[in-house]
Design a protein around this ligand. Sequence first.
Ligand code: UGA
Length: 452
Amino acid sequence: MRVAIIGTGYVGLTTGVCLAYMGHSVSCLDTDASKIQSLCSGQVPIYEPYLEELLEAARPNLRFTSSYSEAIPGAEVVFIAVGTPPTPSGAPNLEYLSQAARMIGEHINSEFTVVVNKSTVPIGSGNWVGSLLRESVEQRRDGSGGDFAVASNPEFLREGAALHDSLYPDRIVIGADEPRALEVLYSLYRPILDQTFQAPTFLPRPETVSAIPLVSTDLASAELIKYAANAFLALKISFINEIGLVSERVGANITEVARGIGLDSRIGSRFLNAGIGWGGSCFGKDTAALIATASEYGLHLPIVEAAKTVNSRQRDRVVEKLLAELKILKGRTVGLLGLAFKPNTDDLREAPAIEIAQKLIDRGVRVKAHDPIAIQRFEREHGDMGVTLCDEPHTVAEGCDALVLVTEWPEYRDLDWEVLAKKMRHPFLLDGRHALDREKLLRAGMQYVTIS
Ligand code: UGA
């Protein structure tokens, strides 16, 4: 099928590359010409494992362009995957979305086109995009019409595992009020739903994956599914962090507690890792947007609000733990291991490391930090914070009064902790992710504390 994708950010590019790999003919459009230029030469502007390799494999079916008149006419499906960054009120900025909708309306031809919201958009955006498209089609000077329907197809990709989540998803959700739009999307996703594509050697199909469930529903339900899924994941993490607080007081082990409840298949064991809490561009933004939407209807969402409150308390607990150990924070040096909001990405949006670093700096602490991937990005985006960036974890440890493991990069598990402990002024490690081996750390002469 002929597909156009507007926006080559993290979601748009992943979707475009995967659909092209399935054999569809895909045009990826971005108004940022420099991005298009680097994509044409095979360079991927974001850090996402295997994206460059899959792009290479799908290249015969992929085109990159900045021109709507090249990408849109004749496309059977047009995805809108532009950014919807949060505004200060918590509601997303829909400027790029509205621009994209108008431009699509100007360029679709008379063949039936399904316009799909892939960006995380507020509930009701499907209708709104539909009205913008209609308006734009009506204003055409040549009077030519456009036959289209709007659909929602939320994504559930995790950064760092985006291709795996696209090729082998737990489910695909499509929503539209017109059955023919759902039929088109069903055909588009058929190779993934039936798992009939040849799995790439670098992303083999897990043995447990066979047919993928499809949730084919109305527009509003599909839009709400996205928010409800992210809010539920966020509150699952906050729940275990709240239980962690009790666990610490009564002398229980939160990892054991999480395992004990997670093995109940009604609860499930994933997203029960206690620690400094969630970050990233999605959970914070989507919980805020859900709360904002509900309030438009006069509704209060105490559970979702509590998930946010508990999450921000986890950052304060880092400072409290350091204060309890070091007594005085002013003039101390604290090293952060990890800056990215999670491993396998260089994304720093709402990264706990930034909030923690700022809280410590505000209390007169000198902060040093290491990250295997995100250092350069941190320098570009947060270089003025006053954090000393180090190329090696060993350099971070030098002269530190405490180390905090903020991001559980796998390489941190195998560090020579004995050497690190010797380099520190005070060998104290606060494991913010329950990622390290307590016994190993203690043997290495490190005092080991977790946030549970
Ligand atoms: C999240 C969702 O998991 C995706 O399904 C969704 O598509 C995406 O948001 C989105 O809306 O775009 P992502 O933000 O990439 O994906 O990352 P997650 O793996 O969900 O992690 C989010 C944060 O939660 C990270 O800071 C992670 O360290 C933290 N986390 C995760 C925990 O603190 N404990 C856990 O048990 C799991």
